[in-house]
Design a protein around this ligand. Structure first.
Ligand code: B12
Length: 423
């Protein structure tokens, strides 16, 4: 294991090839010019102990071209949105810090101001009596606070207080279910803020209590198989536990790491976003460590192999998927058919196959995001940010599918429900 850190030494030696292969996969994604550059992928690569500096630098340049175009005619980030949202801007700022870029230029200062403005608007939206929620979501709110903190910028105390209050009053929980990703992201922000030197002792004490609360909630969210929440929220949960310095002290932590390693070996972290949140963990690091990165003495220590693992679909063997589209409270379903596809097809392939069949019309639309294509419209029914509704993917009768349409591979005779509901 290349890491010198004691956390890194907790990772069993036999896992090194799998960690390197995840690193390699992410680096290969950066070479695909048809894909929008993803600042989260860059962060994962920077927080690894293995590097190929030239490739990382090229990717940083691509990020700059998208997030700070010199000509206003160049489109801004993923998803065809005109402006990056709070979270995307925060990730880009984290990327600049992870690259040890000079932040004192007018252009970079403007970005920090822009993020502060975004957070101000998010805070106003929470305070608005007709809304009571951020414009985007609390995950992005936490990410925004974390990015400013990592840049050693003072965060508006009112902005911090809103995040503290929401966490304290169980805003990232529904019944017994904890939204682990959001809880962990706010926890990372609290850990960073607690270490800053700007805030009065009363606020620092509150931040400390918040870190203890997040720690307790995340540890309690561990399932019998070792994950915190589901397998895809475990990387951020462990990042928080590393940042809060509890990773070696609590028995839950090695079980969490073991669970992600098992899934990594099974190939469950193919999605570049979740892979990029995992890679730092495998090197004993978290996003809070970006604040102290020095970018010196890095060597080109990653060797790229030539093999490209491809998903196998077989034209010879076909499978049948039952696809139902529901828009409650309306009945009957908008669509209820069996679709035949080659074995190994993704759910996206199933939707495309349904669209091709002429006797029963089916249509859908997607939007590019940092997590891949998100299903935004089915049978002409469109999800809109304002309405806070989305197309949920379920496995019959009501199991939430833990992957997106491009990654999820349904099995023969599986029944998939697309349900338009509130979030
Ligand atoms: C908030 C959130 C949601 C909200 C987003 C609403 C909103 N406008 O805020 C809602 C409830 C709609 C949602 C839905 C889903 N989500 Co979600 N979501 C998140 C969360 C907590 C934060 C996303 C975010 O703001 N990122 C930051 C910004 C900067 O990135 P962005 O690309 O601009 O953000 C957009 C996308 O992330 C998109 N989005 C949200 N979830 C998903 C999931 C997929 C697969 C895709 C392609 C896009 C997508 O919504 C964001 C806002 O527009 C992440 C946690 C995480 N660790 O990333 C999970 C997460 C990305 N979601 C996840 C999943 C599985 C889903 C669903 C597939 C669940 C389901 N069975 O229906 C659906 C998507 C279905 C579809 N129609 O394609 C998983 C993905 C795991 C994986 N293997 O890739 C994550 C990691 C949570 C987890 N631990 O399981 N999600």
């Amino acid at each position: 294991m290349a890491g010198t850190d004691t956390e890194a030494q907790k990772i069993p030696n036999g896992s090194t090839p799998h960690i390197m292969s995840l690193n390699e996969e992410l680096l290969k994604r950066t070479e695909d010019a048809s894909e929008q550059p993803n600042p989260s992928v860059y962060l994962g690569l920077r927080l690894s102990d293995y590097h190929i500096r030239e490739k990382e630098n090229q990717y940083l340049q691509r990020l700059k071209d998208v997030f700070q175009p010199s000509s206003i005619s160049i489109p801004t980030p993923a998803s065809g949105q005109e402006q990056p949202n709070t979270g995307q801007l925060a990730l880009y700022l984290l990327a600049l810090r992870a690259a040890c870029q000079d932040m004192e230029t007018p252009l970079q200062r403007q970005l920090v101001t822009q993020l502060k403005l975004h957070l101000h608007k998010e805070k106003e939206s929470i305070g608005h009596k007709n809304n009571g929620r951020p414009l985007t979501n609390y995950y992005q709110y936490g990410l925004g606070v974390l990015a400013l903190c990592v840049h050693n910028k003072k965060v508006d105390v009112h902005v911090i207080n809103k995040l503290l209050a929401e966490e304290k009053h169980g805003g990232f929980e529904r019944g017994s279910q904890l939204f682990v990703d959001t809880e962990a992201m706010s926890g990372l922000a609290f850990v960073c803020l607690e270490r800053a030197t700007f805030y009065v002792p009363e606020l620092v004490a509150e931040l400390n209590q918040a870190v203890q609360r997040v720690k307790k909630k995340i540890l309690q969210a561990q399932t019998p198989d070792g994950t915190f929440g589901n397998i895809y929220s475990t990387p951020l949960a462990v990042q928080f536990l590393i940042a809060a310095g509890v990773r070696n002290k609590e028995p839950e932590c090695p079980n969490g790491t073991a669970a992600v390693l098992r899934s990594l070996k099974k190939g469950s972290f193919q999605n570049p976003l979740v892979g990029s949140q995992l890679l730092p963990v495998l090197h004993g690091k978290s996003y809070v460590d970006i604040a102290s990165m020095e970018c010196q003495a890095e060597e080109d220590s990653l060797v790229l192999s030539t093999s490209a693992p491809a998903r196998v679909t077989s034209q010879d063997s076909k499978i049948t998927i039952h696809l139902t589209v529901k828009r409650p409270p309306r009945n009957p379903p908008l669509y209820n058919e069996f679709v035949r596809v080659p074995a190994g097809s993704s759910l996206l392939d199933v939707l495309k196959a349904a669209e091709k069949r002429s006797f029963k019309p089916f249509s859908f639309e997607t939007q590019e995001t940092l997590s891949g294509p998100m299903l935004t419209s089915v049978m002409g029914v469109k999800a809109s940010q304002g309405e806070r509704k989305y197309w949920k993917i379920l496995q019959f009768p009501h199991t939430t599918v833990e992957q997106g349409i491009a990654d999820y591979i349904p099995q023969d005779k599986e029944s998939i429900i697309l349900k338009f509901i509130r979030w």
